[in-house]
Write a protein that binds this ligand. Structure first.
Ligand SMILES: [Zn+2]
Length: 209
């Protein structure tokens, strides 16, 4: 159903998984402290999370539309509904995503909050977007390449899309920037990949706001 453009690529650098900071202490009060610290860390990450963007080729009306969509996307990523949907996402009866790079749902959620793009792997808690509007008669909604931070957005779709659809496309392409992939051709598994599934999650939450 989606006409999202897809780029197949191989990423040369893998995602460095965070070391679990939990100690192996078995004394109960300390365990609770450790758990509490984890919850606080997640809250802190959510509080710090932001979206920064640079727009190329947008007129003022289009710029306003993108800004509104990204404002909503920021609310979504910080929401409990988003966290719950990502953590509970299922593929073939298990809590996981397809093509998850060996990451659990929780690790994927944390990777999003860390905002570590493959091309600028600082843990800056920021979704860095560089969006360029172009026009094409093709069915391509947007695309990007692994060797650039730039994301191209087809204004044939952008102009008629709802804010939820625009946000879906933006986070879909950005999820490629933090290392997640999907097949070029649509198949029954593709909707369960990180870019497609989380794009849809974001769109649904925006539509429910
Ligand atoms: Zn894609």
């Amino acid at each position: 159903m989606r006409l999202m453009a897809i780029i197949i690529f191989t990423l040369s650098c893998g995602i460095k998984e965070r070391q679990n900071q939990n100690s192996t202490l078995s004394i109960k009060p300390q365990k609770r402290t450790s758990k509490k610290r984890q919850i606080d860390a997640s809250k802190e990450q959510i509080a710090q999370f932001s979206i920064s963007y640079k727009l190329n080729g947008f007129n003022s009306e289009q710029e306003q539309k993108m800004k509104l969509a990204l404002d909503k996307l920021l609310l979504v990523v910080k929401s409990k509904a988003f966290k719950d949907a990502v953590l509970n996402h299922e593929y073939k009866g298990q809590k996981r995503f397809y093509k998850n790079k060996g990451m659990t749902n929780e690790q994927i959620y944390n990777h999003i909050l860390n905002g570590m793009e493959d091309l600028s792997p600082a843990k800056d808690h920021e979704m860095d977007l560089e969006l360029t509007l172009y026009y094409s008669k093709t069915n391509t909604v947007g695309y990007t390449y692994p060797n650039t931070s730039e994301i191209w957005v087809n204004d044939r779709y952008f102009n008629k899309y709802s804010l939820g659809e625009v946000a879906n496309n933006a986070i879909h392409e950005w999820l490629h920037k933090i290392g997640f992939e999907h097949s070029f051709y649509n198949n029954s598994d593709r909707p369960y990949t990180v870019p497609y599934a989380i794009g849809e999650i974001a769109e649904k939450i925006i539509n429910s706001l």
